[in-house]
Write a protein of this length. Structure first.
Length: 182
């Protein structure tokens, strides 16, 4: 099988189900941003972090492929069975955040991204996740989107923020807080 099909040479692509849409279509932008997020998660996973974090990040990457498949499907035409998100996927993120938070000092200020490359990668992933969430919320206004997709992306951005803080602590990196100039 060749990787190139030439079917997108005129600026369109096919959704699962066969519907052709412009490559700038909100549905394409949504799952493309989820794909970008998945790449950043891979970058975090490639860092010198514990195997426990790597295992959770691998699980997240798997779920992001599920999210992408859901978003890439034409809800009116696709007959393909798409893997589903489950409430337990969201519960896992919450459980992991609670565990990490229990080991962190109370958050009293906004945190500036930085302090260590790995921490910065987490913040990059967090901001891409928030962008994906915004796009998917917009898509849901006019199209069919599994509500767990929105919920998962929302919780994942929170997870990435807590992970950034926890990794800063683990890596003995400075956590820079924002003190507004007044």
């Amino acid at each position: 099988m060749k990787i190139y099909t030439k079917t997108g040479d005129k600026g369109t692509t096919a959704l699962i189900g066969g519907t052709r849409v412009a490559k700038h279509h909100l549905r394409i932008d949504s799952y493309g941003t989820v794909d970008e997020l998945n790449s950043y998660i891979g970058l975090i996973r490639d860092q010198q972090i514990s195997e426990a974090y790597k295992s959770i990040l691998k699980e997240i990457q798997d779920r992001l492929f599920t999210v992408g498949a859901s978003l890439a499907s034409d809800p009116n035409k696709s007959k393909m069975i798409i893997p589903d998100l489950h409430e337990s996927d969201i519960t896992l993120l919450e459980k992991e955040m609670d565990e990490m938070n229990s080991q962190l000092p109370e958050l009293r200020h906004f945190v500036l991204p930085g302090g260590h490359t790995t921490v910065s990668f987490c913040h990059l992933a967090r901001t891409v996740c928030r962008r994906a969430e915004r796009l998917v919320v917009e898509l849901a206004e006019d199209g069919t989107v599994n509500e767990l997709v929105i919920k998962y992306l929302n919780r994942l951005s929170d997870y990435l923020f807590v992970l950034a803080r926890k990794l800063a602590k683990d890596l003995k990196a400075d956590e820079y807080i924002w003190i507004p100039r007044v």
